[in-house]
Design a protein around this ligand. Structure first.
Ligand code: IMP
Length: 427
């Protein structure tokens, strides 16, 4: 196995968990590089169902190091809950490490996230309300706390003297929310320090350097998806971090040369939760059908996901900015009973009939765009037991080959069901 990044190539929920789980088998070191407990994925192992938000699911294998990198934001109570769940199942947590440079989500971050969503009116993003945006905001404003700060009482006290007056002024005057005393925050931080103590990895430099020297296999685990990237996604309807392949270098402690390949996980159709443009969204019975067959309901929030046809315009863009070297296409079996399947290969602006082959990054014009579809014949047979590419029905292969042509990127993995073995490695 080469050092590999797994990223979502759409708006999250593409089935990354299964692909990450498969690749984690051959990895020595798994690094989660961005996001926080806004992500959610379910892994079934030994007949038990595990729900993960932050901890790499690779923890279910023995002898792997699972490192939560500097690019992440961590809500301590959620982290604790996840740890407790794994302990209850007797999962060995000795390989779990947390970067002291990861950011801490404080109670005011979740409060501000909730407040902002409730009062934003048309500007509502539809966030997971887990404090993600406000934590990253403070990191960038240089008034955030990092996990490492929790272990130095004097430094923490000095930092709070700077942070708290600013934060309390914001909380009171902008948000009309409760303020915090220094004593209260110091108490909280003591509690948080205990939560992270067994896992915080102060010798992460040595760990990463050794892994590199010993040519350990590294899997960089992305959360959310390229179209939710704060730089390249459908801004402002995005998350606050960089899921793109390049984000793996920034959020892990390794440089870009450690990355050999970037696998973008995409569904054979598209889903989205939260607000924001979605040109191929189906507000009809086909959308309902995809939602029901594909079980498209959120792990973190339980929300019904918006569903639509495969959007090759957006995906070609995701291949470029995400740095994808190949694609893992999931949930293609959802189309097993479809007579025909559509692919959006261009957008048309209904105001002037202008055709877009390249993704227009000004999302405010997306409401004027309609998809230009190409229709392909379905295969109308059950492919969930197929294990070799050559054994897929001809129309299914045609569909995959057409996608590769439109995306100018190879499909390396095809997933035909939720189980590990329902996977076709193309090359
Ligand atoms: P936030 O990341 O909670 O700030 O939410 C920002 C946007 O990203 C919202 O539209 C969320 O629904 C979306 N989002 C965040 N995490 C995920 C995820 O893991 N899957 C799908 N959408 C997500």
């Amino acid at each position: 196995m080469k050092n590999c990044v797994v990223v979502g190539a759409q708006w999250g929920d593409e089935g990354k968990a299964k692909i990450t789980d498969l690749l984690a088998q051959n990895a020595d070191l798994i690094i989660r590089y961005q996001g926080g407990c806004n992500a959610g994925h379910t892994v079934v192992a030994n007949g038990k169902t595990f729900k993960f938000h932050l901890i790499p699911s690779g923890i279910l294998y023995n002898n792997k190091i699972c490192f939560i990198g500097n690019g992440t934001v961590i809500l301590p109570e959620y982290f604790q809950e996840e740890i407790d769940g794994l302990k209850r199942e007797n999962i060995d947590l000795s390989g779990l490490k947390v970067s002291p440079l990861a950011s801490v989500t404080m109670p005011w971050h979740t409060e501000i996230d909730g407040y902002s969503e409730c009062t934003a009116g048309k500007g509502k993003i539809g966030t997971t309300k887990k404090g993600i945006g406000p934590t990253y905001t403070d990191k960038m404003q240089r008034i955030g706390l990092k996990i490492g700060d929790l272990y130095s009482e004097t430094a923490l006290s000095e930092k709070l003297d700077i942070i708290l007056p600013i934060k309390n002024k914001q909380l009171k005057e902008i948000y009309n929310l409760r303020t915090y005393t220094k004593e209260e925050v110091l108490d909280l931080c003591k509690k948080y320090a205990e939560i992270f103590r067994p896992y915080v990895c102060f010798d992460w430099q040595e760990m990463l350097r050794n892994a590199k020297k010993e040519q350990k296999k590294i899997l960089f685990e992305g959360a959310q998806g390229v179209m939710l990237d704060v730089d390249f996604g459908t801004y402002p309807f995005v998350t606050s971090s960089n899921p793109v392949g390049g984000g793996a270098a920034v959020g892990s402690g390794y440089g870009p040369k450690e990355i050999d390949e970037v696998i973008g996980v995409a569904k054979a159709y598209v889903t989205r939760v939260g607000e924001g443009p979605f040109v191929t969204e189906l507000d009809d019975e086909i959308g309902d059908l995809i939602r029901n067959i594909g079980h498209e309901f959120g792990v973190t929030t339980g929300r019904a996901r918006r569903c639509g046809w495969f959007d090759a315009v957006t995906m070609r863009y995701a291949c470029l900015v995400g740095g994808l070297t190949s694609i893992a296409l999931t949930k293609i079996d959802v189309f097993d009973n479809f007579d025909e399947i559509k692919i959006c290969k261009a957008y048309k602006d209904i105001r002037n009939n202008q055709i877009y082959h390249d993704y227009p990054t000004d999302v405010f014009i997306h409401k004027y765009l309609e998809p230009v579809y190409e229709t392909m014949e379905g295969w109308c047979e059950n492919i969930t037991r197929v294990r070799k590419y050559e054994d897929l029905p001809r129309n299914c292969r045609r569909y995959l080959e057409r996608l590769e042509e439109l995306l100018e990127t190879p499909i390396s993995i095809v997933s035909v069901g939720p189980d590990r073995d329902q996977t076709i490695f193309k090359n």
